[in-house]
Structures are given as structure tokens and as C-alpha cells.
Design a protein around this ligand. Structure first.
Ligand code: G3P
Ligand code: MG
Length: 251
């Protein structure tokens, strides 16, 4: 397949393992490392604000209890997710989606925006993300690839932002998921690296889709996957993959 212009190494959760996940600090570190694309996760607060966070609770990243979907945006936006990672990042808070998009555009980073709905609000989360993208000034919008494990969220986002390419996220490859991605008009099928083989990658390409793979932190594994033909990898250690690449971004 001809190139689609998307960087091949994508910093996972903004800056990978080198910064608190899903933060603006992570975006800046990814850019400093030479990354040209990042992935981050977006969930809704109780009052419907799309924010960057992966888990449905604050325990792991903020070191305190609380359900994201039960808390107002004002409280979440003031929540320190930097200090629990390392004191040097103290004061780094959960970002708004719009702030993160502006930061990516300023840093020249493309974005794989993963819609990460809390259980039960899949359509609403997709709809809000799609509306935010549609309302976001085109001149300040970075290149965006929408993805989700939730087909309902992806469909809802697509209704509001039909021009934004989408990827269906699954764990292990199976023909039914690929067929579903094709029916949804997705540009890519994003897969776990577990048990991924050349047959699966060829099937994705034969269907006319790209194949992005998570989460790849060892350069030899990245090499193996690129030899299989995968189009990109999400990494917690983009520094290692970039420094092992013979050409920028394994291009
Ligand atoms: O989008 C790839 C990857 O981020 C999916 O898994 O759990 O890290 O969001 P997770
Ligand atoms: Mg993710």
C-alpha cells in the first residue's frame, strides 16, 4: 500500500512511560524526543467535558479515589496527576481535550484520539468528541485519527465529524472485527501485538485498511512488526524505537 503520511512511531498516552500519562507534559516530551504523532485517551466528566484520562477512576494516576464520570470538570481539571508519577511533574493536571489539541498543533504532533467512554455512556462520549472536533478551528486543528474499542462511540463521533478518519480498536485480530471496521468505513484496524502474524496484517491490507499495533516498547519487536507490514506502532518508549530506527520514524 502506498504511504498514508501517518508517522510510524506513535507515543502512547502522550509521552509514553517518560511522563505522566495523558498530560501536556507528555506531549512536550514526545515532541522533544522527535515524535511526530501521539495517542491519548478521552473520557467525559460528570458535566460532559471531554478530558484526557485513561481509567474510569483516579486511583492509579492521581493516587486518590474518585470516579471520572461522577466528578465535575472543574475538580478533574485541578487534579494533580503529575506528582504521583514523579515529584518533578508536581502540578501537572488532567487536560481538556481542546487544550491538548491546541498543544499538539503547536508542537506539530498528529493525534490518534482514542475515545475511551465510561461504561454506559459510549454514544454520548463519541457524540461530544465528534462535536468538539467539528467546532474546533480548522487552522488550529492537528491531524486527527479517531479510534475506539466501542463501535457505538465511533459511529456517534462520525455522525458529528464525518470528515475525520477512524480506526476500530480490537484486541486480537479476527475476521468479524475486520468486517465490522470495513462496514463502519474505518481507515484502520488497530490491534494488540499479541499473536499478531503476517496473515492478519495481509487481511487488513487486503480489505483496504491500515494496521496500527499497540503497545510496542522493544526495538526488535518494532522491527519484526514493520517487516510484517504494520503501518505504525504505539509505544511507551518512543525514545528507544526512534534511536534504533535507521531512518526517522522507521520511514
Ligand atoms: O490505542 C492503542 C491503545 O492505547 C489501546 O489501549 O488501554 O492503552 O488505551 P489502552
Ligand atoms: Mg489508549
Amino acid at each position: 500500500m502506498s504511504g498514508w503520511g501517518w508517522p510510524r512511531i506513535i507515543a502512547h498516552r502522550c509521552g509514553g512511560a517518560l511522563a505522566p500519562e495523558n498530560t501536556l507534559a507528555g506531549l512536550r516530551i514526545a515532541a522533544l524526543l522527535g515524535c511526530r504523532a501521539v495517542e491519548f485517551d478521552v473520557m467525559l466528566s460528570a458535566d460532559g467535558e471531554p478530558l484526557l484520562i485513561h481509567d474510569e477512576t483516579l486511583d492509579r494516576t492521581a493516587g486518590r479515589p474518585g470516579r471520572v464520570g461522577a466528578l465535575a470538570a472543574a475538580e478533574l481539571l485541578a487534579t494533580d496527576v503529575g506528582r504521583p508519577f514523579h515529584p518533578a511533574f508536581g502540578g501537572e493536571t488532567i487536560p481538556r481535550l481542546d487544550t491538548a489539541l491546541e498543544c499538539c498543533a503547536a508542537l506539530g504532533l498528529a493525534v490518534n484520539l482514542e475515545i475511551k467512554p465510561a461504561a454506559g455512556v459510549e454514544q454520548e462520549t463519541g457524540r461530544v468528541v465528534g462535536r468538539h472536533l467539528a467546532a474546533f478551528p480548522t487552522s488550529r486543528r492537528p491531524a486527527v485519527l479517531l479510534s475506539s474499542f466501542s463501535a457505538a462511540a465511533l459511529d456517534a463521533a462520525s455522525s458529528a465529524s464525518p470528515d475525520v478518519p477512524r480506526a476500530f480498536l480490537v484486541g486480537r485480530f479476527d475476521a468479524a472485527s475486520l468486517a465490522h471496521a470495513v462496514r463502519m468505513g474505518c481507515a484502520a484496524l488497530n490491534l494488540s501485538r499479541d499473536d499478531l502474524d503476517a496473515v492478519a496484517v495481509a487481511a487488513v491490507h487486503a480489505a483496504g485498511l491500515r494496521c496500527l499495533v499497540y503497545t510496542v516498547n522493544v526495538p526488535d519487536e518494532a522491527r519484526r512488526l514493520f517487516l510484517l507490514g504494520v503501518d505504525g506502532v504505539f509505544s511507551d518508549r518512543p525514545d528507544l524505537l526512534l534511536s534504533a530506527s535507521p531512518t526517522p520514524n522507521f520511514g
